[in-house]
Design a binder for this molecule. Structure first.
Ligand SMILES: [Zn+2]
Ligand SMILES: [Zn+2]
Ligand SMILES: [Zn+2]
Ligand SMILES: [Zn+2]
Ligand SMILES: [Zn+2]
Length: 301
């Protein structure tokens, strides 16, 4: 929407008026047909149309361009009255600078600063609208002004509440709220601890059964090893007994041999041909045979 023509001092060129709202161009854009519009006006028009509102020539939003520079300059130089003139502001300045003025205008209408806020959410805030210059005076009497209690409880108090304010009951209520919050928190912590303990317990039980099965496994392995050892031990014992027996026999044999060796050979027996020796076993070879037989018997036993 454009600026109301009535606010301008002196003549305003027809070309600086919006073809849609017929007010002075605000934030202007220009069509290829050189008709100009406020940007909000033409954007609104093009939602339902696809032509220029002035001459009906085809128009798309992408065809819109900034206004010619000389027209922008003309627009910027127009003299306009402050929008807060009805509130008493007499300021007139160029369209280019009017916004800066209006932002700081003493006659600007403001909402009371007690219109809402942290401590006022339970009450309707102050509905009063005052000019910037009289805000301070209003705040001194504003019903919704809050102030820290003078009796020392620390509560923020509205002017309207001061009469029925009671520090003790106020503090008591606050205490109740705090106590409830604390209970809530304690309960929360307790629940959390319990759930943590529960999960630890579950973990321990799991671990225990795992360890038990491992112990069983080890026990099985141990008994297998033990039986192997027993078998090996008995085998070793048998082997050693055999060795001892063999030792004994060896000693006996040696003894025998020694005794045989010491007996003098019969001188009557002449050195016979070797074939005869084989046929007639000498007493010595007889003894050897006997020993051999004996040792065979031993192995059978
Ligand atoms: Zn317009
Ligand atoms: Zn046009
Ligand atoms: Zn003003
Ligand atoms: Zn107020
Ligand atoms: Zn108090």
């Amino acid at each position: 929407m454009g600026y109301d023509v009535e606010r301008f001092v002196g003549y305003v060129n027809e070309g600086l008026l919006c073809c849609v709202c017929r007010d002075v161009l605000e934030d202007p854009l220009q069509a290829p047909c050189e008709h100009a519009f406020c940007s909000t006006c033409i954007q609104g028009w093009l939602i339902n149309h696809n032509n220029c509102p002035e001459d009906r020539l085809p128009l798309d939003i992408t065809h819109l361009r900034p206004l010619f520079r000389y027209m922008r300059n003309d627009l910027a130089r127009l003299q306009v009255r402050c929008v807060f003139r009805p509130q008493g502001c007499e300021v007139i300045c160029s369209l280019e600078t009017i916004h800066r003025h209006e932002e700081q205008c003493d006659y600007a209408l403001l909402n009371c600063t007690n219109a809402g806020g942290e401590y006022l959410c339970y009450h309707c805030g102050c509905p009063v609208q005052v000019s910037r210059r009289s805000l301070e005076a209003h705040l001194c009497v504003c019903e919704f002004r809050s102030r820290v209690c003078a009796s020392g409880c620390g509560c923020p108090l509205l002017n309207s509440e001061e009469a029925q304010h009671n520090c003790v009951s106020e503090l008591r209520a606050e205490l109740e709220v705090l106590r409830a919050e604390l209970d809530c928190k304690v309960e929360e912590v307790r629940r959390e601890m319990e759930s943590r303990l529960d999960s630890q317990r579950r973990h321990m039980v799991q671990k225990e059964s795992q360890l038990k099965s491992e112990v069983e496994e080890l026990k099985g392995q141990l008994s297998r090893v033990m039986s192997d050892v027993r078998i090996l031990l008995s085998a070793e014992r048998t082997r050693r007994q055999e060795l001892e027996r063999a030792e004994l026999e060896k000693a006996e044999l040696l003894e025998l041999l020694k005794r045989e060796g010491l007996r003098p050979s019969t001188p009557t027996q002449p050195a016979a041909p070797t074939a005869e020796v084989h046929r007639k076993p000498s007493p010595r070879s007889l003894a050897l045979d006997c020993i051999k037989r004996k040792s065979r018997e031993v192995t059978v036993i």
